[in-house]
Design a binder for this molecule. Structure first.
Ligand SMILES: CC(C)(COP(=O)(O)OP(=O)(O)OC[C@H]1O[C@@H](n2cnc3c(N)ncnc32)[C@H](O)[C@@H]1OP(=O)(O)O)[C@@H](O)C(=O)NCCC(=O)NCCS
Length: 167
């Protein structure tokens, strides 16, 4: 059984981020640009660490048996509501890594940040991402057309929601 855990992203992860995120299959369903800029990982890191210091973004490395296997962030939209952003490196696909990472990120958001709700979107054709959300109890809310100026303008996306019951 693979051991999946999360820890805050560190500078030493950046060569892995740069390498894995540069793959078209990883970038395509996300807002990550492709081709990925040469200093993309470093710029992303500088941005998310600033957001982290402001308490708005919690960027984690996903570790699978101790190896860097992707990244998942908990974004705080307000005191109660969060969102998840995630990608898994291709060598680790289809092993349950994304599902377990999302479960742990939700646990962090609920227990450490006091979040009561998560809203997360994925492209309608992103079956793997949709499965991760459903596996973690998210419910389908609505389909919508991605707006102007977005990388996926005109495509159909789906909003999923998880409401935490504190009973
Ligand atoms: C989507 C992604 C995160 C899935 O990660 P993963 O670690 O392979 O996910 P899991 O192994 O936990 O798989 C979850 C489920 O989706 C299924 N699945 C995964 N990839 C799939 C695919 N391409 N097509 C169909 N089903 C897929 C798995 O079989 C599993 O099914 P199950 O719940 O019935 O067991 C990964 O493919 C990825 O990083 N894609 C590019 C970036 C991306 O799409 N990020 C999300 C943006 S919203």
């Amino acid at each position: 059984m693979d051991e999946v855990r999360l820890r805050l992203i560190e500078e030493k992860d950046l060569p892995f981020v740069q390498e894995y995120i540069s793959k078209k299959e990883v970038a395509d369903p996300t807002n990550i640009p492709h081709p990925y800029p040469k200093d993309g990982a470093k710029e992303w890191y500088e941005f998310v660490i600033e957001e982290y210091k402001k308490g708005r973004h919690y960027p984690f490395a996903i570790l699978c048996n101790g190896e860097f296997a992707g990244s998942i962030s908990v974004r705080k939209d307000n005191d109660r509501t969060g969102a998840l952003d995630y990608w898994v490196a291709i060598p680790f696909w289809n092993k349950g890594v994304g599902t377990t990472a999302a479960q742990k990120a939700i646990g962090f958001g609920v227990n450490e940040l006091g979040l009561e709700k998560f809203d997360t979107c994925c492209l309608a054709k992103n079956i793997g991402s949709e499965r991760i959300l459903k596996n973690n109890g998210f419910k389908f809310v609505e389909e919508f057309e991605v707006g102007k100026g977005d990388k996926h303008e005109g495509k159909i996306a789906k909003l999923y929601r998880l409401i935490i019951c504190n009973s």
